[in-house]
Design a protein around this ligand. Structure first.
Ligand code: MG
Length: 406
């Protein structure tokens, strides 16, 4: 299909011309393991439960399916919506709503129509973003089009950065950074927090004076730490990410006026309106873009427009996605044209086993290339998904056709 040069309008009209009926939706709880536990100021993650959605339908050519992946983590340390909440919201509210709307309209909604459908559940953005992804994947597979093609994204590589959690000591930290830099990564983001900041940052800086270095505090500080944080200017960091609580935009604005290091916000930016407010208040000058946290691709494209108009740099954040959702983020990064390396390293670099059939399309250690497989991302390996599924609920299009699969 031809696609508009404006990704946002191409996105909202996706599905306008497809006639897909929906027979069932599977909601799957998949258990994956991280290669290395990730320690942040908020806690340690060693497992990665992933909620997956599978839409099973029919288009004029026969059977069609589509997949969506939820960004919610095992616990509420990053977002109030954890995997358990997402699963329940999808099972009880969002998926029944999609089945009902599709049944009464006689076709699955376009992405523009879907955006209107989910305004009622704005508080549960991660689940909504997963369902949006599944609806889009189904439309794209039905049309035989990739997300990259829809957005008029070419094959130019997107720059990739790596993330290092808190370590036992600075020797282990520098060792891990050394290996990443040797592997070709040009941007390193390190997690910091109270008791793990000045000494480790200084150690990495001594070892790598010219490195593009970001630090992420995951809300660990308060305004009483402003003098301490302002001292980080000597490390010439690319940015300091989310030092204060997510609600505290004025605190971030105070800090931004005190220090030369750019302030980046992540957890605070849960809606397009929040991004606009943060920029207006000068609470940040760099944006971490996570489509799932904003509620999906629709709002993410709007944030790209806002940042581009204001010449605000952004970069694509990661949630330890499988290769499927990570490929979606690679395309979003390509759409944004960002020059800042994002959290886009291949999924097999942090997951013991990825769920996608093909290896990430790496163009070298620093760069990845947008997927051109029809759909939102590369095909999932069904056998591997089945093997890691620990719970599944299947909702049917007929009333009462709801059963669990243990
Ligand atoms: Mg962050």
């Amino acid at each position: 299909m031809e696609s508009s040069h404006d990704p946002a309008s191409a996105w909202s009209s996706l599905g306008d011309r497809t006639a897909i009926s929906l027979d069932a939706i599977e909601i799957r709880w998949v258990e994956l393991q991280l290669r290395n536990p990730v320690r942040t100021s908020r806690g340690v993650h060693d497992r990665r439960p992933v909620i997956l959605l599978r839409l099973i339908g029919t288009d004029p050519n026969g059977a069609v399916e589509g997949w969506g992946e939820c960004a919610a983590l095992a616990d509420t340390t990053y977002d109030a919506e954890d995997a358990t909440t997402s699963f329940a919201t999808l099972e009880q509210i969002l998926c029944p709503a999609l089945l009902s709307v599709t049944g009464s309209a006689g076709r699955m909604p376009s992405l523009g129509e879907f955006a209107a459908l989910r305004t009622d559940v704005a508080a549960t953005s991660l689940a909504g973003a997963a369902l949006e992804m599944a609806v889009a994947d189904t439309h794209l597979r039905s049309e035989g089009t990739s997300f990259a093609e829809l957005c008029s994204v070419g094959s130019d590589p997107v720059p990739v950065g790596a993330v290092v959690g808190e370590c036992r000591d600075t020797t282990e930290l520098v060792d891990r950074v050394d290996r990443l830099v040797d592997g070709g990564y040009q941007r390193i983001k390190m997690k910091i927090g109270r008791g793990w900041d000045v000494e480790p940052i200084a150690a990495v800086r001594r070892a790598h004076p010219g490195l593009f270095l970001q630090v992420d505090a995951n809300e660990d500080y308060t305004e009483s730490d402003i003098d301490h944080l302002a001292g980080f200017d000597r490390f010439e960091l690319a940015c300091l990410e989310q030092p204060f609580r997510r609600e505290d935009l004025s605190g971030h604005a105070h800090l931004a006026h005190r220090m030369a290091t750019p302030i980046c916000l992540d957890e605070s930016l849960h809606s397009v309106d929040m991004v606009v407010s943060a920029l207006e208040m000068e609470a940040c000058s760099v944006v971490c873009l996570k489509p799932a946290r904003l509620g999906g691709i629709g709002p993410a494209l709007e944030v790209i427009r806002v940042c581009s108009a204001a010449s605000v740099p952004l970069w694509i954040g990661g949630m330890f996605e499988t290769g499927f959702a990570r490929a979606v983020n690679v395309v979003v990064g390509a759409v944004s044209g960002t020059l800042w390396p994002g959290d886009l390293s291949p999924a097999h670099s942090y997951l013991r086993e990825d769920l996608t059939a093909q290896a990430a399309q790496a163009a070298g250690p620093l760069q990845v290339v947008p997927s051109r497989t029809p759909g939102m991302g590369p095909a999932l390996d069904q056998a591997m998904v089945d093997r890691h599924t620990v719970n599944m609920v299947r909702l049917g299009s007929k009333p009462g056709s709801h059963f669990g699969d243990g």
